[in-house]
Every structure is written in structure tokens, then in C-alpha cells.
Design a protein. Structure first.
Length: 152
């Protein structure tokens, strides 16, 4: 398993639980525990959640509605991005775009109760790449595929 800049695992693009589990297992050190906890919160909060790895990041979504969340490993934290984060209450603290908001989670820094609230809210919204959301948003909605070091 190759680690990219910042310790982010390089996992081939694929749909399903297996590539997400592989990504989480490859996350270095304490970040793997954060990944396991995030995955468990999402699975508990959103029955029948769809999983995939895209752009070397786990993505979570609802079939037919699009992706609502992704996370990415950096040197000192795990960034969790909500693609419609400006619609969450309270909005996650990171981000300045029209739609996406994120939170950087450091070791021993995961507020599971707040994360579960955000996940439930995010899953109820039209997701990124869903036809409904694409019609409602402009090209500058802040939800283009993640760039290295950007929203994911």
C-alpha cells in the first residue's frame, strides 16, 4: 500500500465497502481509528449508505441522491467534508465556498454526537453529483471534484 503526500492512502477508485475498508486500514497511526469511528457513525446514522473510494478518498452517499460526505487523510488531521455543508446547522467550521464545509479532526478530537447530527442532516439533502442537485446548482457551487489539499 502506497501512502501519498500527508500520509493519504493510495486506493484505486472503486465502489463498495471493501475499498473504503482498505483505505481506512491503510490510514497511518491514530488516523485509522478516526476512520473506523467515522465509518461506524455514518453506517449507524444512514441505513443503506453507499460507499466508494474516489480521488483517493472515501465517499458516502445515497443511491440516486448523490454523495453527501467524503474524508481525506492529511499529515496532522483527517478532513471530513460535507458537500452541502452550508445547509447544516450548525455549519461545520471550515470552508468559504458556496456549498462545501469541512472539519479537521485531530487525534482525540472527534465529537461523535455532533458528527452523527451532521451526517443525518447531510444525508437528507440532495448530494453532490445527483441530478436533482446538479439542476439546482450552478457550475460554481463549490462542489467540483476535490483537488489535492482542497475541500477533501
Amino acid at each position: 500500500m502506497k501512502l501519498l503526500a500527508g500520509g493519504n492512502p493510495q486506493i484505486a477508485k472503486a465502489d463498495g465497502d471493501a475499498p473504503v475498508r482498505a483505505y481506512i486500514a491503510a490510514m497511518p497511526g491514530w488516523k485509522s481509528d478516526i476512520g473506523k469511528r467515522l465509518d461506524a457513525i455514518i453506517v449507524r446514522s444512514v441505513p443503506n449508505v453507499r460507499k466508494a473510494v474516489k480521488w483517493n478518498s472515501p465517499f458516502y452517499g445515497i443511491e440516486g441522491r448523490g454523495w453527501f460526505l467524503g474524508f481525506h487523510t492529511f499529515t496532522h488531521y483527517v478532513k471530513v467534508t460535507f458537500f452541502r455543508g452550508t445547509s447544516l446547522r450548525p455549519a461545520p467550521p471550515g470552508g468559504t465556498g458556496k456549498e462545501a464545509r469541512w472539519i479537521d479532526i485531530h487525534e482525540d478530537d472527534l465529537d461523535e454526537a455532533q458528527m452523527a447530527k451532521w451526517v443525518k442532516q447531510a444525508a437528507a439533502l440532495p448530494g453532490w453529483a445527483s441530478p436533482q442537485f446538479q439542476k439546482a446548482s450552478s457550475k460554481t457551487n463549490g462542489l467540483s471534484p476535490p483537488r489535492r489539499g482542497a475541500g477533501l
